[in-house]
Ligand binder design. Structure first.
Ligand code: HEC
Length: 97
């Protein structure tokens, strides 16, 4: 029983990177969607940014995505959120939801 459990945990950790958010595809999506029509890097690093955590960042990306009709799926939104977070915001990933 215990061994089987350890095996499952082992499999989980070796497979899980496949499902990790993909910042590279996030960057591609971001560039293709022409987010830069309205945004520069400064939009995301400015001191009066209203985005204070990952949940808020995701909410904002969804909102802009919706306004632009980029029609990303949820996992694509997550990729872009992850890309923007990695590059600009640098929130703790554990606060992602
Ligand atoms: C038509 C113009 C426009 C486009 C195109 C646009 N946005 Fe936005 N975006 C805005 C506006 C307006 C705000 C709000 C700024 C504010 O409240 O200070 C905003 C805010 C944001 C913020 C929060 C910035 C911060 O830290 O306060 C993020 C992140 C963001 N947009 C991501 C995106 C992404 C990703 C795309 C591409 C899918 C995109 N935006 C395309 C207009 C746009």
């Amino acid at each position: 029983m215990k061994k089987a459990h350890l095996l499952l945990v082992g499999i989980y950790f070796s497979v899980s990177p496949l499902f990790a958010y993909n910042a590279d595809s996030g960057e591609k999506l971001y560039l293709e969607a022409k987010c830069q029509k309205c945004h520069t890097s400064d939009s995301f690093t400015s001191a009066d940014s209203k985005v204070k955590n990952l949940a808020k960042l995701k909410w904002r990306v969804k909102k802009c995505n919706f306004a632009m009709d980029a029609e990303w799926f949820d996992d694509e939104v997550d990729d872009v959120v992850h890309y923007l977070n990695k590059k600009f915001y640098k929130f703790e990933p554990s606060r992602f939801n």
